[in-house]
Design a protein. Structure first.
Length: 318
């Protein structure tokens, strides 16, 4: 079966009969928050969720069959599927899009759109609720014209977006500072990708030339090295450097070879190794000192980077 959505005429009762333009022209006050509408339609609660005002929210759901109309939402919803294989049907007016929920594809519901969804069985899905203002901000920071409408996608192949979303879901529940910074980066990376691949008139981004000034780089790394209570959001880092979030991330990577999140993750790993090797501090205390939500979250992150648990690494190094 082709993985591309199938578009054809389809007449069906109980379908939204407003045009896409009419749907998207609804006042924001009449659109539900995406998390509220998803909970109503999916009739369950997410397994995990993380959110903040500047980056929207990301949620991991497992839900059963769906046969309902998704009403207009205030945010764009971008989703991907960690596991499984399931048919998707999205019907709006006289058209129907048919796709398959599987690894490596994305589904996009633009803010303000409405359609009837028919999914015959259970689905494992990660969803990002992206404020439309984020697309406008990223386009503006890149000195691009205002973006066009985000395209509807139903089981559309996009390995880049899929991997970004799955990586973000994996980070929920670890270190608060790392998770927040990663979600900020993810939001901007995904917004950039959407502007390049999923709007009516794709935007071409110019390559970055030059990194951060030495003083700005020193301020950024000092903030990242600071205590876990310090503000290490992209907004704070970019403000210190006098740059937009978009340009700060590109310049930081040009200077260090790492994204801000990867740099902080490496720094935390070095801190953990020093404490494990040079002190008798318990693994539980090390996890708390470094800002992890639990010993298990710290152990999972440490093992992912080193291939060993903290306790095994400590025994081997002593």
């Amino acid at each position: 079966m082709s993985c591309k959505p199938i578009l054809r005429d389809f007449s069906q009762k109980n379908l939204p009969d407003a045009s896409k333009a009419q749907q998207r022209d609804l006042p924001n006050a009449e659109r539900r928050p995406a998390d509220v509408e998803m909970a109503r339609v999916l009739k369950t609660a997410p397994l995990r969720v993380a959110s903040d005002p500047s980056s929207g929210a990301i949620a991991h759901w497992k839900h059963n069959a769906l046969h309902d109309v998704v009403e207009p939402m205030a945010d764009h919803v971008i989703m991907t599927y960690p596991t499984g294989l399931q048919q998707l049907e999205r019907r709006s007016g006289r058209s129907v899009a048919i796709g398959t929920a599987r690894s490596g594809v994305v589904t996009i519901i633009p803010a303000g759109s409405s359609a009837r969804w028919d999914i015959p069985g259970p689905v494992n899905v990660v969803q990002l609720y992206l404020p439309p203002t984020t697309l406008q901000r990223v386009a503006g920071e890149a000195d691009m014209a205002a973006p066009g409408d985000l395209l509807e996608r139903t089981g559309h192949p996009d390995l880049t977006a899929s991997r970004l979303l799955l990586s973000a879901a994996d980070m929920i529940g670890g270190s608060a500072a790392l998770d927040t910074l990663f979600r900020h980066q993810l939001t901007d990376l995904l917004a950039t990708h959407l502007l390049a691949a999923h709007i009516g008139s794709p935007i071409a981004f110019q390559p970055t030339i030059g990194g951060l000034a030495p003083t700005a780089l020193r301020r950024a790394t000092e903030r990242l090295r600071s205590d876990s209570d310090a503000d290490v959001s992209l907004a704070a880092l970019a403000s210190d450097a006098g740059l937009s979030r978009f340009h700060f991330c590109r310049a930081f990577k040009e200077s260090t070879g790492l994204s801000p999140h990867a740099w902080l993750r490496q720094h935390r790993l070095e801190q953990a190794m020093n404490m494990l090797r040079d002190t008798d501090t318990s693994v539980v205390s090390i996890a708390a000192t470094l800002g992890y939500a639990s010993q298990n979250a710290f152990a999972a992150a440490f093992r992912k980077l080193t291939g060993e648990t903290p306790s095994d690494w400590r025994r081997r190094m002593r």
